[in-house]
Design a protein around this ligand. Structure first.
Ligand code: NAP
Length: 287
């Protein structure tokens, strides 16, 4: 019972997006706060595009210590922060706001979250050829996650122009050789790791996967899908048949939240506890 009371000295954090009902962020942040003994509560806020500016300035006036930012506000948020962290600049999106007296600092924790989830699964991309399917916000995070160490990056997208835009954006920060292709069934590329970042495989697109999947997965040893609902997408089913090591998007979601939690509360989480909380969340999910 004691845990249910919110004290006047507790920090308040949250997530803003629209829609917001599906978000798992409150579950993760509140579990982290409880297990790590951090006096904090984390709540979801449904905010429309029209209300975004008022919401951010209002949250600051209320002293909200940290906010996660999700669809569709990750790009628009650049207008409402007093400072942008370099990682957010590279990814071209803000997914975390951290309170300062003069306003919020905009961060992005998606790329580091993905990198941590791959490292946890012992994936090494140093000197490897990495294919990224998609060119939306998640692809920018995936590129940033692997670009420092990858040998070459191949961007494949339905709309080739968007892949070209991603390549040009990243050329400002990285000199990794990068090649761009339109998504098609007979795309033969010799790659080690494939990261699927499109929405194909979830919701109404549940039984779909990018056209290039089968062909690309023939050479790959590792297949990553940023989707975690469903747990195993069609892309990962095919990857499993091709004997690839398969990783879904839950690890990325979890670790981007852990990094955001550390930034919002100015703490460093104990690794053992972080792993323990992840296992508990997964155990509860299976029930
Ligand atoms: P986005 O910015 O809207 O980009 C969507 C991408 O999917 C684009 O490359 C788009 O291609 C492609 N696409 C969409 N519908 C398609 C179709 N019918 N056929 C072929 N390609 C299609 O979305 P996002 O923010 O990058 O998110 C993409 C996915 O990543 C979502 O499923 C999201 O849940 C997941 N995600 C996961 C995490 C995590 O923590 N695990 C974090 C962020 C995102 P075009 O350029 O041709 O339109």
């Amino acid at each position: 019972m004691k845990d249910m009371y919110i004290k006047g000295s507790d920090s308040v954090c949250g997530v803003i997006g629209n829609p917001i009902a599906h978000t798992l962020s409150p579950l993760i942040h509140n579990a982290l706060a409880k297990s790590l003994g951090q006096r904090a509560v984390y709540v979801p806020f449904c905010v429309t595009k029209e209300n975004l500016k008022e919401a951010v300035f209002g949250a600051h006036a209320l002293g909200i210590k940290g906010l996660n930012v999700t669809m569709p506000h990750k790009q628009e948020m650049f207008k409402y922060v007093v400072e942008v962290a370099s990682e957010a600049q590279k990814v071209g999106a803000i997914n975390t706001l951290v309170y300062t007296e003069t306003g919020y600092i905009g961060h992005n924790t998606d790329a580091k979250g993905l990198a941590l989830s791959l490292k946890e699964q012992h994936v090494v991309w140093n000197g490897k050829k990495v294919a990224i399917i998609g060119s939306g916000g998640a692809a920018y995070a995936a590129y940033t996650a692997v670009a420092d160490e990858a040998l070459e990056i191949y961007i494949i997208n339905r709309t080739k122009e968007k892949a070209e835009t991603l390549k040009a954006h990243m050329a400002q920060y990285f000199d990794t050789p990068t090649f761009v292709y339109e998504d098609c069934e007979d795309l033969v590329l010799d790659v080690d790791i494939v990261i699927q970042t499109t929405g194909l495989g979830m919701g109404s697109l549940k039984n779909q996967m990018p056209k290039c999947s089968k062909c690309l997965l023939k050479s790959a040893q590792v297949a990553v899908d940023l989707i975690y609902e469903p747990w195993e997408t069609l892309f990962l089913k095919v990857a499993k048949e091709q004997e690839c090591k398969c990783i879904n998007g839950f690890g990325m979601l979890y670790y981007q939240a852990v990094i955001a939690f550390e930034l919002m509360h100015h703490i460093s989480c104990e690794q053992e506890k972080v792993l323990q909380i992840k296992h508990e969340l997964l155990k509860n999910k299976e029930k």
